[in-house]
Design a protein around this ligand. Sequence first.
Ligand SMILES: NC(=O)C1=CN([C@@H]2O[C@H](COP(=O)(O)OP(=O)(O)OC[C@H]3O[C@@H](n4cnc5c(N)ncnc54)[C@H](O)[C@@H]3O)[C@@H](O)[C@H]2O)C=CC1
Ligand SMILES: O=C(O)[C@@H]1CCC=N1
Length: 270
Amino acid sequence: MTQKVAVLGAGKIGEALLSGMIRGGWHPSHLLVTARREERAEELHVRYGVECVTNADAAKNADTLILTVKPQDMSTLLDQLAPHVPADRLVVSGAAGTPTTYIEERLTSGTPVVRVMTNTPALVDQGMSVISAGTHADESHLARTEEIFGGVGKTLRVPESQQDAATALSGSGPAYFFYLVEAMTDAGILLGLPRDKAHDLIVQAAIGASQMLRDSGEHPVTLRENVTSPAGTTINAIRELENHGVRAAFLAAIEAARDRSRELGSADAK
Ligand SMILES: NC(=O)C1=CN([C@@H]2O[C@H](COP(=O)(O)OP(=O)(O)OC[C@H]3O[C@@H](n4cnc5c(N)ncnc54)[C@H](O)[C@@H]3O)[C@@H](O)[C@H]2O)C=CC1
Ligand SMILES: O=C(O)[C@@H]1CCC=N1
């Protein structure tokens, strides 16, 4: 029998996953979604042909429940779910910061919980989903989670103690690249290029560099050195990046994201 999967709180990440599962061949009749607003439920139904149900009905009828609400909304969602989740359900949480123990304590004792940190490139099947088992999740639960998230990109298992770091690097990671493209496009404007041309140049540089990082087998330092000619242009730019502490800024920024993920993990800080 095919498993039924419910996406609870289908916002940006929930919809990215849902759309990827349908692209990957899941039939809408094997999927359920929940949403807080009626118009959102209708939108998802029209767009994907999936049935939109209450959180309680999702808990009763789906084998796997994927929770994609904000960490701040997790407590309310778990209150709504708790009376309806039999202990044989797999509960997968996609929320930043929230530890599996937080969820386990609020559901029927023994419920398997898996924590996943994915990212928005899941929308183009290039996501990265970092997966950790909670107390009662075994190999079969991890494999089921990998099957679902593997449809929208790569997956990686880590101990849960590394999830806050993974969230800072990989969950938030795409935002840093978008920010960089934005800043580099501004530099193009400063140098007198039209915005659309500057944008195209930077995006193609980003795509080319990403492909080399993935496929060349070379270390990023080597790839950068290959661009940096003696007494050439690139080294002048690198000197300015170092003078402005860009490397230190990345270390501090990603550490701050990790700290916020930890903070979101404590109920009081939400
Ligand atoms: N946006 C991103 O790049 C990433 C987000 N995440 C995590 O994914 C989760 C969702 O983030 P987004 O999709 O960006 O947020 P979002 O705000 O777009 O989606 C959350 C959805 O949950 C709904 N919701 C809240 N409480 C509900 C309830 N009790 N019942 C039904 N629906 C409910 C909201 O109405 C909203 O549509 C967060 O926990 C975040 O930490 C993880 C990786 C990347
Ligand atoms: O900013 C956030 O909290 C979420 C988690 C990782 C990416 N976006």
